[in-house]
Design a protein around this ligand. Sequence first.
Ligand code: ADP
Length: 580
Amino acid sequence: MKAVPIHKSPREFSDLSCQILRNANRGILRRDFLSGISRLIIDFSGCDALEMRLKERNRHYRSEMIRGKKLAFRMEVIPEVKNEPSEIFPGPGAKTDLEKLCAFIIQSLPPSSLSGIVARGSFWIGDTAKELKLPASSPVKLRGNTIRIGGEYKSLLIIPFTVGIKDISLILFKSKKANFFGENEIPLYEGIAQNLGVALVHRHTQVALRERVKEFTCLYGIAKIVACPDISLKEILQNTVELLPPAWLYPEITTARITVDRYSCRAPGFAAGVSRLTAEIIVNEITRGRVEVIYKKEKPKLDEGPFLREERNLIDTVAQKIALVLERRQAEEDRAGLQEQLRHADRLATIGQLAAGVAHELNEPLGSILGFAQLSRRNSGLPQEVDRDLQKIINASLHAREIIKKLMVFARQMPPRKTAVSLNQIVEEGIYFLESRCAKSGIELVRKFLPALPEITADPSQLHQVLINLIVNAIQAMPKGGKLTLETLAKDGQVVLIVRDTGTGMNKDVLKKIFTPFFTTKDVHEGTGLGLSVVHGIITSHGGSIKVESRIGAGARFEIQLPIKGFGATKENEQNGKDS
Ligand code: ADP
């Protein structure tokens, strides 16, 4: 091959290498980097086209810049070929003669004796119309061992170089002029190619480092938000969603939204976009919401789609962090609720003891007052006025005795007389007395009884009392009429009675106090504040429990659970059962 004088000095080659490395320092995306570098090299070398066949971290890319009226650049990611030995690119499936030559160059490293292949494995030819004879031992499958590249480019220079430790890539310089490259230039272009290999690794490291820094800044920001004392969940979500766009590759077109249950918060400028990445927020195997990151405008696709693999990992991590926050909040709420319940039960037990003592102390003097008043009335010849007054004393004493009886039920001083009973029957009997009162007050009564409800062991008259107290309260809460639903069902070894009204409802403060003896919101003649205390005393002495839900204006729902006969009844209950 005829030597052509060197177009550029070694100094200029070294300047080009520096420019390539400086470009790598900028940490720009692969496509932008390759396009910029191709332009530099084409301008520098004066060739008409520059092709790169790159292998980087097990992925194959092909880029080409062609000199025309303008410089046209394109890059493609070549899908992985199964079973292809990872060091070979292009693989054994090479189709055109140029591809076969490329495969031969890569596979014959260290270089073969083919003319145009120098010690470092580069190949060049000054007239592509000529036939080339590959050595008989070539691993590339050929018919007759000859290839002819042909085409519009007369001169071709192919240089292999490594990216990283073992990934072999090729750079192809193409010129329409024959004998464009001189042998003396080859080592200098090889130097450029080797620098390109280093620059490609450096570029990737720079990009990866910058993305990692963004990712960690985001995660550190979230950790700081979550650690803030007294911060509300809404504030956590809002602050977190604002940290997301800067952590993505194109912050200027990125927006985000976090949705939890029915609440959603958005990063500034939220709008529907062209590409969307989502991760679900899963708490205790239940999907509670999602994190969404959106690109508002189209951007050139990356090797792995519109988003980086690291970005997919990041959004998953953010969703998991939010799930953890939700889980922790839920646990804290549960614990606080349980503590409040314990405190409440404790308070009621103390009041119960106190009430029992007072009732006991009052019972005796009250008995004397009642007895003597009744005795005195038997005297004949009492003035009418005195007789009336004595009757008033008797009435008041009887009323006081009723209250004391209720207090004793609440304090569980009156042991229940238990038998096997059907709750459906008890409820039916209880309604019987109050049905007409409901009708008078314009209240619709709805029964939802579970047929064949399992039996319970209970004191029927005490359960009647429970039912009457609950229904009277419901009637009083619906002065303008409404709907009263009585429902029975069975679950988890318990029978359940639900009494639901559409009345005035209660606020949180009232709800907290309803089981406390003498707590009432009613007028003196309407309520004593003992109805629900008695209900509580009776249900507790039956080994059961009560739940109340209510909101102002939204009615009230009382749910009573009692153990099914033979299901988890306590020793105390069984003992009480035997007493009866
Ligand atoms: P009383 O009915 O004598 O006031 P209770 O112990 O039965 O005493 O009830 C305590 C308080 O609970 C009532 O004063 C009322 O404020 C509230 N309450 C009970 N049941 C209901 C209900 N179904 N709807 C609204 N408030 C209720």
